[in-house]
Design a protein around this ligand. Structure first.
Ligand code: AMP
Length: 484
């Protein structure tokens, strides 16, 4: 399998959380806390690499941050004043330790550790070329492509080698790297994935979201900009912009689902945005009802906004058990179904005899909605109206949010009426794409130059999908094969 399709035993696209700190005595402990705050971005595995001025130390393990880094001994062994960490998220069946990041390599110049949030769209083609040149891959992550490009670059300094490598890759990436000298942060030229800079006791911090700064009491400084490389070392923070300027296309789905609601992402408050999305949804898709109930947790802020705008009571009519991972993360269909049952319970006292508006952020395969609607009906709802706080998810993401192939996306395969019948609701309505942009503070979607990457809703992919165009099989295909 590895010989024919190197990424088949795992997937190469993943939404993840990254964290880095330079210049703090407790680097590893802070990295563990930062990763814990970013746990929502990936729950399958976590890793931390530290540098103590002489040696690198690392600990990588499958499972949650608290399970793997809660033990003081593990943190004690991760000595050093600099650390980077990574949370991994994937939906494929197999997550193997060799794929857990940060990846680490020994170069002539010293150690090089790297963690990646995003997805490279020409990784397969590059990997094939590198293998042809004799590179021996240790993992099936697209991140390792960057490691080999850095290793084989003809430039002399690590920074020049990294720039050389990144000029060859396409796709979405927010990276953190740690060398003997520096902590490095990079965002791709379109700035698809987030990365922020913070400060604590004179130490610099890089993190996927501001909530990872809050947990350690660090101050938010600014975002790493699209196409920017920040280099942090004993001389402070330096910034370079070696790439051609590109239109910025930050992922709009971060606001809808992925980012934590207490984060400020790209200068925008995620929680307030979700409430505005809910209000916009209420204006666009009115329905006579008695109560607004969110699908927790992702539907909660939008439901608050919806209820306020519609003048309806908001009730937590569905309770989520927080000790079960995100449903979607479960790799196999039957487990996904079981996951939804394990995860939610309806409070019949709030639902019985009522006309209910259910709010969720999105429908992917329809598994969650189908189960929740059934549950709400069993709890005695008179009518169930589903309102979705995003436009229909009709296209797969190739930039780091794992979505299935189009033929598994409910909205790509069915009309609105068909979906309503399948989910068994009295009515179903989605937010329009212009409504979404209005909630983001824009006049609407500018189809010439959209301000965000909204490919999952529009099919407008801002970055070339080279591996796809070359007929390379995709990670989603490998996932399908596994499910099949
Ligand atoms: P599904 O059950 O397949 O329709 O998935 C929809 C549910 O998964 C919604 O409740 C969303 O909150 C959540 N969701 C949407 N996109 C993702 C994603 N990329 N990863 C994990 N969960 C997601």
């Amino acid at each position: 399998m590895l010989g024919t399709n190197p990424f088949d035993d795992d997937h190469l696209h993943e939404e993840c959380g990254v964290f880095g700190i330079y210049g703090h005595d407790d680097a590893a402990a802070h990295a563990a806390l930062g990763l814990h705050a970013l746990q929502h971005r990936g729950q399958e595995a976590a890793g931390i690499v530290t540098f103590d001025g002489k040696h690198f130390h690392n600990h990588r393990a499958l499972g949650l941050v608290s399970d793997n880094f809660g033990d003081g001994k593990v943190i004690q062994n991760l000595k050093g004043y600099a650390a980077i960490g990574h949370n991994r998220y994937s939906t494929t069946g197999e997550t193997v330790l060799r794929n857990v990041q940060p990846l680490f390599a020994d170069f002539e110049s010293g150690g090089f550790a790297i963690g990646h949030n995003g997805n490279l769209t020409n990784a397969r083609a590059l990997r094939r070329q590198l293998v042809h040149r004799g590179c021996l891959f240790q993992s099936t992550t697209d991140t390792e492509v960057i490691v080999h490009l850095v290793a084989t670059s003809l430039y002399s300094t690590v920074i020049d080698r990294l720039i050389d490598a990144l000029k060859q890759v396409e796709g979405a990436y927010s990276l953190i790297a740690l060398t003997n000298e520096s902590l490095i942060g990079v965002r791709d030229p379109h700035g698809v994935r987030p990365l922020v800079i913070g400060e604590l006791d004179g130490a610099h911090i890089l993190a996927s979201e501001s909530c990872a700064l809050d947990i350690i009491g660090a101050t938010f400084i600014r975002n790493v900009e699209a196409g920017e490389i920040v280099i942090i070392n004993e001389d402070g923070l330096h910034s370079i912009r070696p790439f051609l300027k590109r239109p910025q296309r930050f992922c709009i789905f971060e606001y809808i689902y992925f980012a934590r609601p207490d984060s400020i992402v790209e200068g925008t408050d995620v929680y307030e945005t979700r409430k505005r999305i809910g209000a916009e949804l209420a204006r666009e898709c009115h329905v006579d009802a008695d109560v607004v109930i969110p699908v927790p947790d992702s539907g909660v802020p939008a439901a608050i906004g919806y209820a306020a705008e519609a003048g309806l009571p908001f009730e937590l009519g569905i309770i989520r058990n927080h000790y079960v991972g995100r449903t979607f993360i479960e790799p196999r269909d039957q487990i996904r179904h079981l996951g939804v049952k394990l995860k939610h319970n309806a409070n019949a006292r709030l639902i019985d005899g009522k006309r209910v508006v259910l709010i969720d952020d999105s429908i992917v395969r329809g598994t969650t909605s189908t189960k929740i609607v059934e549950m709400v009906r069993q709890a005695g709802a008179k009518e169930v109206h589903m309102r979705i706080a995003s436009p229909p998810t009709t296209h797969s993401c190739f930039y780091g949010v794992d979505t299935p192939e189009r033929d598994e996306l409910l909205a790509a395969q069915h009309s609105l009426d068909e979906m309503a019948r399948l989910i068994k609701v009295d009515s179903l309505a989605y937010l329009s794409i212009d409504g979404l942009y209005r909630a983001m503070g824009e006049a609407g979607r500018n189809s010439e130059t959209p301000q965000y990457c909204d490919a999952c809703f529009s099919g407008d992919y801002p970055i070339r999908l080279a591996d796809q165009e070359d007929g390379e099989s995709t990670a989603q295909l490998s996932l399908l094969a596994e499910l099949g």
